[in-house]
Design a protein around this ligand. Structure first.
Ligand code: ADP
Ligand code: MG
Ligand code: MG
Ligand code: MG
Ligand code: MG
Ligand code: MG
Length: 689
C-alpha cells in the first residue's frame, strides 16, 4: 500500500485538473532519485514479507461467520508505524505497542475495514541457518492480533473473533456477511462504490480509500464490472441471480443488466478485489542493475506462483470456475474508460462516447490501454547483457511526452528501457490527490507525487526505487528493491513462510548466478501464462510456457516449451529445483547435490519441509488451498450441487480453516491438507529459532 497521507482528498472532477501537474512532479522526483541513488552499490539482501488477514466473527450459536467491520480500531492499538518511541501512546495501548516493538512486528491498515496487514518490523537479513525466524515472526504477528481481538469476545460465550489468512471471503457481498445490522448500513446508501452488494462500510475509514473507490468509478464513467466464470454444477443457474433492482442511483443501479454476463459471477465494486488478501515479499538488490535483472528474472515466476499458491475458488457466495483472486482485483481497480478499453459503454446515454469523466481538453490525448493498472508486468527492464528489446513484444502504451523528459534532462537521463518502464506507469492518471499537495513549489522533492502513480500501478512485480535521501553513503534508508506480488495468502504461517522462503532462495540464486542465467522469453508468453493461471485447477490441468534451458549459450533467443507445473519444478534440464534451488543450497554448503538431503539434517529439517510442501503441491501429491476448499464445499452435506455457498457451509468452511491454521487435527483435516508425514512433523515440532 502506498503512503497513507492525511489531508483533504479531491473528488475526481476537481482532481483531474492536476493530473499533469502530479505526473510532472513525480517524474522530476524519480529523476532526482536516479541522480542521488543511481550509484548506490553493495546493499545487502534485506527482505521482508507482508501478510494480510481478515477479521472474522464466528457465532457458534447462530452458526454464522461474518466479516468483522466493527473492531477496526484494533489497528490504532497495534499500528507501530508512528511508534518509534512510546510518547503519546495511551496507557491502555502501551503494552501492545511495546509487544509489537519487542517482538519485531508491524501492523498496517488495508483497503477492507475487516482487514489487517502485518510485516516484520525490521527486514530480515542473513537468515542463513535461521530460516525458521520467518515463520516464527509470522506466528507472533498472528498471536498478537488474536490476543488483542479476543478482548472483544468477553461479552458473549458464543461469539469469537479471529484473524484468518484466507484469500477471498466466501460470502463477501451476500446476505449477512458483515457483523452490523444490514438495514442500518444500507440506509446510508453507499455513495462511494454504489455497489448493489457491498456497502461502503466495508471500506477502510481512512478517507483515501472511499475516495479511491469513487474516483475510479467516476473516471471510468460507470461502475467497475467483474464477470468471473461460475463453477458449473448440476443445479447451477445460468445467471448470477443475486442481482436485483434498486433505484438509489439512476445510472449505476441500471448497469447490472448490461454489465453482467450469463454463466458468470457479477461483481460491481473495488472491494471485491481489494477485499482479497495476499502474501507479498520484497527484496533489496545490491544496486540498480542487479535490481533490474532480479525483476526481469522474477517476471517468469509470477504466473507460475500465482497458480501454485491458488487459494480463491469462490466469490460472492458462488463457487467460481477459477482458483485465484488476480483478475477480480484487476477488474475492481480498472479505472479505464470504455474507449480506453476499446469497448462500448454499458449505458451509452450516460457514458457518452465511452469517454467516462475525462476532462474535455484531454479528449485528444485518450489512447487505447490494453491492460488495467492492476495487472501483470508489462515490460522487462533490461540493462544487462542477456536482454534484447525484442523480448518486450507486447503492445504497451507510453506517455510519450514524459518518455522524452526521462530520456533527455539535466538531472539524470535514463536509458531507453528504464525510461520506458516509468513512461508506461505514467500513462495512468492519479486517482487520489490531496488538496495539500497541489501547491508544491519544489523541483521534485516530494515523494507523494511519484508514489501517487507508482503505488496505483499494481503489477505482479513492483520495482521499488529508493527515496531521495538514499545516497550511496546513506545506508540507513532502503536501496533498490523488487516486490513479488502474485502470491495468494495461505491458511497457515508454515505455508506462508514456505512460499516466502522459497522465493527468497530463488532471489538469492538469481543474484548469485546472474552471470550465467538468462531469464528472458517473450513477454507475450508471460501474458498467456497469466491467463492460464486463471483456469480452474491450473496445477493439474494446464501447461505453461517455460524456457527449454536458462543456459545463455544454448538458448539466447528465449526458446520455450509447454510444460505442466510438476515439470516446471522438477525437470532435470530446466526445472526450478535443479536450476535455482539446488545450486544456491550447494553454494551455501547446506547440501551436496540435492535439496532432499535436508531431510537428514536436524538444523535444516524445517527448511526441508518448506521445500517439500512446494514440491508436493507442484507434483499434485498435495492439494492447493483452492483445491482443498473447493472439495470441502462440494462434499458438504448442505451443498445442493448449485455452486452456492450457504451460510452454514461458509461457517463450517471457516471453522475448518481456523482448525488448520492452528494445527488442530481433531478431524483429520491436516492429514489430507498436508499429508501424513508433514502433519506428523508439524504436530511434533513447534516452530522455534
Ligand atoms: P508496501 O505495502 O508498499 O509493499 P510495506 O511497508 O507494507 O510496503 O512492506 C514492505 C516490505 O519490505 C516489508 O516486508 C518489509 O519488511 C520489507 N523491507 C523493509 N525494508 C527493506 C529493505 N531495505 N529491503 C528489502 N525489504 C525491505
Ligand atoms: Mg497489503
Ligand atoms: Mg504493505
Ligand atoms: Mg500493501
Ligand atoms: Mg506500505
Ligand atoms: Mg506490498
Amino acid at each position: 500500500m502506498g503512503l497513507l497521507a492525511l489531508g483533504t482528498p479531491l473528488v475526481w472532477n476537481e482532481s483531474r485538473e492536476y493530473n499533469d501537474f502530479i505526473r510532472e512532479k513525480g517524474v522530476q522526483y524519480i529523476l532526482n532519485v536516479f541522480k542521488n541513488a543511481g550509484e548506490r552499490d553493495h546493499d545487502e539482501l534485506y527482505w521482508g514479507d507482508e501478510i494480510e488477514y481478515m477479521l472474522i466473527e464466528f457465532n457458534e450459536w447462530s452458526k454464522q461467520a461474518k466479516l468483522d467491520i466493527v473492531h477496526d480500531n484494533l489497528l490504532t492499538v497495534l499500528n507501530t508505524d508512528t511508534a518509534t518511541d512510546l510518547n503519546g501512546v495511551s496507557d491502555e495501548n502501551i503494552n501492545y505497542y511495546r509487544l509489537c516493538l519487542d517482538n519485531d512486528v508491524n501492523f498496517h491498515p488495508e483497503y477492507g475495514r475487516f482487514m489487517l496487514e502485518a510485516t516484520p518490523l525490521n527486514p530480515y537479513l542473513n537468515l542463513n541457518g535461521n530460516y525458521n525466524y520467518v515463520e516464527y515472526n509470522m506466528k507472533v504477528r498472528r498471536e498478537l492480533a488474536e490476543d488483542i481481538i479476543s478482548n472483544y469476545n468477553e461479552n458473549s460465550k458464543s461469539i469469537k473473533y479471529k484473524p484468518l489468512t484466507i484469500t477471498s471471503f466466501p460470502r463477501l457481498g451476500t446476505n449477512n456477511f458483515i457483523n452490523v445490522d444490514e438495514k442500518l448500513v444500507w440506509n446510508h446508501k453507499n455513495n462511494a462504490s454504489r455497489s448493489l452488494f457491498l456497502p461502503d462500510e466495508v471500506i477502510n475509514r481512512h478517507i483515501r480509500f472511499p475516495t479511491l473507490t469513487s474516483n475510479i468509478r467516476e473516471r471510468r464513467g460507470e461502475k467497475v464490472a467483474m464477470n468471473i466464470p461460475m463453477y458449473k454444477d448440476m443445479n447451477t443457474p445460468d445467471h448470477d441471480d443475486t442481482i436485483y433492482q434498486r433505484d438509489w442511483f439512476p445510472r449505476e443501479d441500471a448497469e447490472a443488466a448490461g454489465a453482467s454476463k450469463k454463466d458468470h459471477i457479477y461483481m460491481d465494486s473495488m472491494g471485491f478485489g481489494m477485499g482479497c488478501s495476499c502474501l507479498q515479499t520484497t527484496y533489496q538488490a545490491p544496486n540498480i542493475n542487479a535490481a533490474r535483472y532480479l525483476y526481469d528474472s522474477l517476471v517468469n515466476f509470477a504466473p507460475i506462483f500465482l497458480a501454485l499458491s491458488s487459494a480463491a475458488p469462490f466469490f460472492k457466495g458462488w463457487l467460481a470456475d477459477q482458483d485465484v483472486r488476480w483478475n477480480v482485483i484487476s477488474g475492481g481497480t480498472d479505472d479505464r474508460t470504455p474507449r480506453e478499453r476499446d469497448t462500448e459503454s454499458v449505458l451509452p446515454q450516460y457514458n457518452i462516447g465511452g469517454l467516462g469523466n475525462i476532462a474535455k481538453d484531454k479528449y485528444n490525448k485518450v489512447q487505447s490501454l490494453p491492460k488495467a493498472r492492476y495487472s501483470h508486468v508489462d515490460l522487462f527492464l533490461g540493462g544487462n547483457k542477456f536482454f534484447k528489446r525484442t523480448f518486450n513484444d507486447t503492445n504497451v502504451p507510453l506517455n510519450e511526452d514524459l518518455l522524452k523528459v526521462l530520456l533527455e534532462n539535466d538531472i539524470a537521463p535514463m536509458d531507453y528501457d528504464m525510461a520506458k518502464h516509468f513512461s508506461h506507469l505514467y500513462v495512468r492518471d492519479p486517482l487520489v490527490i490531496f488538496e495539500e499537495n497541489i501547491n508544491d513549489k519544489t523541483d521534485g522533492s516530494l515523494q507523494n507525487h511519484f508514489e501517487n502513480i507508482q503505488s496505483t500501478n499494481w503489477q505482479t512485480l513492483r520495482f521499488k526505487p529508493p527515496t531521495l535521501d538514499a545516497t550511496p553513503d546513506n545506508k540507513s534508508v532502503p536501496g533498490w528493491r523488487v516486490e513479488f506480488r502474485p502470491l495468494e495468502v495461505q491458511l497457515t504461517d508454515f505455508e506462508n513462510a514456505a512460499y516466502s522462503i522459497f522465493i527468497y532462495l530463488l532471489v538469492e540464486s538469481i543474484l548469485k548466478f546472474s552471470d550465467s542465467l538468462n531469464p528472458y522469453l517473450s513477454m507475450s508468453k508471460i501474458w498467456q501464462n497469466m491467463d492460464t493461471a486463471h483456469k480452474r485447477d491450473p496445477i493439474s490441468s494446464q501447461k505453461f510456457h517455460w524456457k527449454t534451458t536458462f543456459n545463455n549459450a544454448l538458448n539466447p533467443e528465449g526458446k520455450t516449451e509447454e510444460l505442466v507445473i510438476d515439470e516446471i519444478f522438477h525437470n532435470k534440464e530446466n526445472g526450478i529445483f535443479q536450476i535455482y534451488i539446488n545450486p544456491i543450497l550447494i553454494d551455501k554448503k547446506i547440501i551436496e547435490k540435492d535439496w532432499k538431503e535436508l531431510k537428514h539434517s536436524s538444523k535444516y529439517l524445517r527448511l526441508y519441509y518448506y521445500l517439500k510442501l512446494i514440491s508436493d503441491r507442484a507434483s499434485k501429491k498435495l492439494p492447493s488451498v483452492a483445491n482443498y476448499l473447493r472439495s470441502f464445499i462440494l462434499s458438504h452435506p448442505e451443498y445442493h450441487q448449485d455452486s452456492r455457498i450457504s451460510e452454514i457451509i461458509n461457517f463450517d468452511l471457516l471453522e475448518m480453516c481456523d482448525r488448520i491454521t492452528h494445527f488442530d487435527n481433531s478431524r483429520n483435516e491436516m492429514d489430507s491438507y498436508f499429508g501424513k508425514e508433514l502433519t506428523e512433523y508439524l504436530l511434533n515440532n513447534d516452530v522455534s529459532y
